[in-house]
Design a protein around this ligand. Structure first.
Ligand code: ATP
Ligand code: MG
Length: 744
């Protein structure tokens, strides 16, 4: 039976034709490829999803079959450098497929789709699944987090806004245009003076005779004309340099404004929105795209206007002078414009792909460099080289296509223009021979022709410039116009936080369809220290992310002092919460700056007091430059425990009402940890503290403990109560005791 493909697409159809699927049950929903075997090796795999089954293929041979009805749940999971789609059934969890991170969207999307299919019996089309975004206007797939494709974006309004941004630099732009016209006037004068030189002196027998008879006035006239020519050259050189200066001033100003705007916007985005894009992409927008725009708006845009005016003005002059000749000269123009139109359409599609390929290879580089230690430890340099090679080759292939078209079109335009010049030469030549035109006239004409053909030839660069600029403009405005999903409400409250925290029926998932936290309820009184424990990956860090409002909950609420987080201004919230995150991050700078991060301008005594409390003072003063030691990239490398103590000092200096410690002391030795625990004990007195720790002994002092299991609160109580209960916490403690006994 021939099956309907519910989400038809040429690529999918082609893929499907290679896969044996005669026995598959149910209509086909989608088919996609993946590139990794269960052990991480490279494979050519494909997954076919029908309304009833999931078929897995490797090298076009079916290797596994799951039924939607037989599975309980589907999950997308992010691994290190890879991701996977799994199915859970009565026997446990099975991997449907694994793939490198580039497949992230596809796998996450299909996990959601399968869960939806399982729950509701209905499949959702790709465009209904958030991560697979298509242009709402033309249906084209959107890559790189765009909301509208480059083709359909409202470019006019974007450019209008861009020019508005250039307004502060209008005087420079105006000066550059005025200077251009001054230069232009001079360049129009050039051919005319040239004609005078030839007709008046060089090709003028009377003048020749006058000079031979010792008539100095003719000689002076001649010298004067040559001098005039020289002045023209000097004038145009001076004007051009002034103009370049004006352009540079406007350009550098605009680019910095634009970068600041994009950067500021990216910083304001929620973590969720940012993680949807790769760092390569974001960096490209802040640096590459903005400079492309600057180059276009300030460097090219005035050029385009000038060249167009030049074209019209010279044509008019030529028509006045000799209409037939002008007609001859302008014959190739429509042909060239036609060619450019064609090139434009082509460049538009190819350049969007080039942008993506460039961003992809940037991301690959970023990924490899940030994981360089792992690469070296596992000797995977060759593998990573191949990965980069693949990305770079892809970039090259697209660039070649792009350049090929350009390199063909450019000579064709040149050829057409040369034919035009040939016409001109034939015409002027025959008129000179017929003595109806002087040599000076002919020279002047060919200079004007160069003035016309110059812009036309230059126009051949235009489609490329234009598509590049348009792509960048769309990408940059895509960021600038991004809706802020975590935003202060209009009446956001600012108040002094006491530290009561209330979590009501909180449900949250990073990806739709896979809830990490489910119906979590929790009440923390101000001043209490609460420990959160649970197995790795259960959602402890996620819970504190929600308390800090890095994300908004999908269901339920988090309240501080009875006010929903969404009604508190982010500034007010964050300035009163101190965190030590699980992954300590230190910026490039001195230790002093890193500790004083949240309180710039505070004095050294305060910093030292905080460092002492965090147990960091001792090791800091032993460093070569003490508190002035530069850490971070290119700086002094600190150990994991040292980094942790610095971030504890940073959090303490902040003197927050709510202190969150996510595995804050995990990399410390027992003695240092004990010392810090003691100080923390004192410090946590007047503030609400939420501490996450795997080493359960560190949470002994907690007012109560919250045990998370399967995304929800499984047990709460003090250490003693939970031990008596002999539940999950008891098991965890026992397992740790067992471990420490083994160690002993
Ligand atoms: N940014 C993210 N996008 C998608 N999934 C995520 C993200 N961050 C975490 N997860 C997933 O959410 C789940 C909970 O993660 P979380 O970091 O909250 O666990 P945890 O309890 O803090 O674990 P650990 O004790 O190992 O730190 C995990 O399955 C994790 O894979
Ligand atoms: Mg965690």
């Amino acid at each position: 039976m021939k099956k309907a493909i519910l989400t038809p697409d040429r690529k999918k159809k082609r893929l499907l034709s290679q896969l044996p699927h005669e026995n598959a049950e149910g209509d086909i929903i989608t088919v996609f490829t993946f590139d990794m075997g269960d052990d991480g090796e490279h494979v050519n795999g494909a997954v076919l999803i029908t309304e009833k089954q999931i078929l897995v293929y490797v090298n076009n041979a079916e290797t596994a079959l799951f039924t939607v009805a037989g599975c309980e749940k589907f999950e997308y999971r992010q691994l290190v450098g890879a991701c996977e789609l799994t199915a859970k059934d009565g026997d446990g969890e099975h991997i449907i497929c694994r793939a490198s991170n580039t497949y992230h969207d596809v796998l996450a999307k299909n996990a959601r789709r399968l869960n939806g299919l399982k729950e509701t019996g209905k499949y959702r089309k790709d465009e209904e699944l958030e991560l697979y975004r298509v242009c709402p206007k033309c249906g084209r797939e959107l890559k790189g987090g765009l909301k509208v494709c480059v083709k359909c974006a409202d470019k006019k309004s974007m450019f209008a806004r861009l020019f508005k941004m250039a307004l502060p630099y209008k005087w420079y732009v105006i000066a550059s245009v005025i200077l251009f016209f001054a230069g232009f006037g001079l360049s129009l004068l050039g051919p005319y003076v040239n004609k005078q030189l030839i007709d008046g002196y060089i090709q003028n027998e009377a003048a020749g005779a006058a000079v031979s008879s010792g008539d100095n006035s003719v000689l002076f006239g001649f010298l004067f004309t040559v001098l005039l020519m020289l002045l023209l050259y000097i004038g145009s050189a001076a004007i051009n340099s002034l103009r370049n200066l004006a352009v540079m001033q406007a350009g550098t100003g605009l680019i910095v404004d634009l970068r600041k705007l994009v950067f500021d916007k990216i910083q304001k985005m929620s973590v969720k929105t940012i993680t949807r894009r790769t760092s390569g992409e974001l960096m490209r927008r802040v640096t590459g795209d903005t400079s492309m725009i600057e180059n276009f708006v300030v460097g090219q845009m005035p050029n385009i206007i000038q060249q167009a005016i030049l074209l019209v003005a010279v044509s008019v002059i030529l028509f006045i002078y000799d209409p037939f000749l002008a007609f001859l000269i302008l014959v190739p123009v429509p042909l060239c414009l036609g060619l450019l139109q064609f090139a434009n359409a082509y460049f538009r599609t190819i350049y969007a792909r080039q942008w993506e390929a460039e961003a992809r290879s940037g991301s690959v580089l970023y990924d490899i460099f940030s994981g360089i230690r792992v690469v070296k430890a596992y000797r995977t340099e060759k593998k990573e080289f191949d990965r980069y090679d693949k990305a770079a080759s892809e970039e090259r292939d697209i660039a070649i296509k792009n350049e090929t078209v350009f390199n063909v079109i450019d000579p064709v335009i040149m050829f057409v223009l040369n034919i035009g010049s040939l016409f001109l030469m034939y015409y002027t030549g025959s008129r000179i021979l017929g003595r109806t035109m002087t040599l000076g006239d002919a020279a002047m004409f060919s200079s004007y022709v160069a003035l016309i053909y110059g812009p036309i030839d230059w126009l051949s660069y235009l489609p490329r410039l234009l598509t590049r600029a348009v792509t960048s403009v769309v990408k940059v405005f895509d960021i600038i116009d991004e809706k802020q999903d975590i935003q202060d409400a209009g009446d956001a409250k600012e108040f002094e936080i006491h530290g009561d925290i209330e979590v009501n029926d909180l449900t949250f998932g990073y990806d739709e369809g896979t809830d990490v936290l489910k119906h979590v309820n929790l009440k923390i009184k101000n001043g209490d220290m609460v420990g959160i424990v649970g197995r790795s990956g259960v959602g402890k860090s996620t819970l504190i992310n929600l308390i800090m409002r890095m994300y908004d909950p999908d269901g339920g609420s988090v309240k501080i002092d009875g006010v929903d987080l969404r009604d508190i201004s982010q500034q007010c919230l964050r300035s009163q919460i101190g965190v030590v995150l699980q992954e300590t991050f230190l910026f490039k700078g001195t230790i002093f700056d890193n500790i004083a991060y949240a309180k710039p301008g505070c004095d050294i005594e305060t910093v030292i007091a905080a460092s002492k409390a965090a147990g960091a003072h001792k090791f800091i003063i032993n460093l070569p430059d003490g508190y002035d030691t530069v850490i971070g990239e290119n700086g002094h490398t600190l150990s994991g425990g040292e980094r942790q103590r610095i971030s504890i000092a940073r959090a303490l200096l902040h003197d927050p009402k709510i202190l969150i410690l996510d595995e804050a002391t995990a990399s410390l030795d027992t003695e240092t940890e004990k010392n810090i625990q003691d100080t923390l004990q004192k410090l946590t007195k007047d503030r609400t503290t939420i501490a996450i720790a795997h080493r359960l002994s560190t949470l002994r002092n907690a007012a109560f403990l919250v045990v998370l299991d399967k995304g929800t609160v499984a047990e709460t109580g003090t250490h003693d109560e939970l031990m008596r209960k002999k539940g999950i916490y008891y098991d965890l403690v026992m397992a740790q005791r067992q471990m420490s006994k083994i160690k002993k």
